[in-house]
Design a binder for this molecule. Structure first.
Ligand code: HEM
Length: 300
């Protein structure tokens, strides 16, 4: 059960929760926009492509069945560590992953300090995180900034990828069209050549499918609100996205796209999610590598 955001607000340490004063929020948005400009995105695509390949070959290839969400979270977490914290070594990513996994559930829990509760475990995760970065070595503000970026970029995109895989597994005729589009891109690559930003721009149908998966999943919306907790509560007060158009058709995103505010997984207006393009290339590189290598069906 999700707790209403007004309740979570009073429970969480503001530094973790990301409920920022207006000025800090603006500064962070400026910093992020710089980080996420097209030149930067261009460099992220080959990295995301290689990490997706490695991830699928290592974690998916040996298995007949996969639990998609936990596995995709490893992929997005590795990328967030590489892109935002410059942590390149897999062992270091793993070290950070455990305390971070403990922090996440505690952010949205009842403040019960008893051992074993999510809130208590969250505190321990945070201490480990402080130990990792060394109290003197990394300023508290910088660490909070890193944590916010990790939270904002990591679970939202893994939820979107999971919903897209779920959608593709449910609708074989849509899977076939995505496969065709991705094969078209794959067949023009030589061995070892990575995807580029231009390639992701050609993945129009696949992006429509990802958008449709996000739109059809109110859980996704709740999830991104949870993960961006404090960063994105404004829109929820005026819109219920789970009530917007419900019939399934990825082609609605063609041409001028759906009517304004009928599709708002990234919010809208001046506070619209600055990570949209980053999320788009992350989702598409994963889907590309998945569909050109695997056929899959839903077990549960
Ligand atoms: C599928 C993935 C994602 C979804 C669905 C999503 C969704 C959202 C939504 C709904 C908002 C609130 C917008 C509003 O209030 O109008 C938001 C804000 C925000 N998002 Fe995302 N997001 C995603 C990925 C990301 C990524 C990858 C990053 C960072 C790299 C990011 C960083 C942020 C930040 C910093 C804000 C606050 C912006 C502000 O208040 O000015 N998001 N996001």
């Amino acid at each position: 059960m999700w707790l209403p955001s007004s309740l979570t607000k009073v429970l969480i340490d503001p530094e973790i929760r990301g409920d920022l004063p207006k000025q800090t929020r603006r500064r962070m948005r400026g910093y992020l926009l710089d980080f996420l400009k097209p030149e930067a995105l261009k460099h992220y695509v080959p990295v995301k492509d290689s990490v997706a390949k490695e991830h699928l070959m290592r974690d998916w290839f040996p298995n007949d069945q996969m639990r998609v969400f936990p596995s995709v979270k490893d992929y997005t977490f590795t990328l967030a560590c590489r892109n935002f914290m410059n942590i390149q070594n897999d062992q270091d990513v793993k070290k950070l992953c455990a305390p971070f996994a403990n922090i996440m559930p505690g952010l949205f829990s009842v403040p019960d300090q008893h051992p074993g509760t999510p809130f208590n475990t969250c505190g321990q995760g945070r201490e480990q995180d402080e130990e990792r970065s060394g109290n003197g070595r990394q300023r508290r503000g910088d660490r909070a900034q890193d944590n916010r970026l990790l939270v904002a970029s990591h679970e939202t995109t893994s939820t979107a990828i999971t919903m897209t895989v779920n959608y593709l597994a449910q609708f074989p005729h849509i899977y076939d069209q995505v496969y065709k589009e991705q094969q078209e891109i794959a067949k023009n690559k030589h061995d070892g050549e990575t995807l580029t930003l231009e390639d992701t721009q050609k993945m129009k149908y696949s992006w429509n499918v990802a958008c449709e998966s996000m739109r059809l999943s109110p859980r996704h919306r709740e999830h991104s609100e949870k993960q961006h907790s404090g960063l994105c509560t404004r829109l929820t007060r005026i819109l219920s996205t789970s009530r917007t158009q419900r019939s399934s058709d990825p082609m609605r995103f063609e041409g001028g796209g759906p009517v304004p505010f009928s599709f708002v997984p990234f919010g809208g207006g001046p506070r619209m999610c600055p990570g949209k393009e980053y999320a788009r290339i992350q989702i598409l590189t994963f889907i590309h590598n998945l569909v050109v290598r695997f056929r899959f069906e839903k077990v549960d």
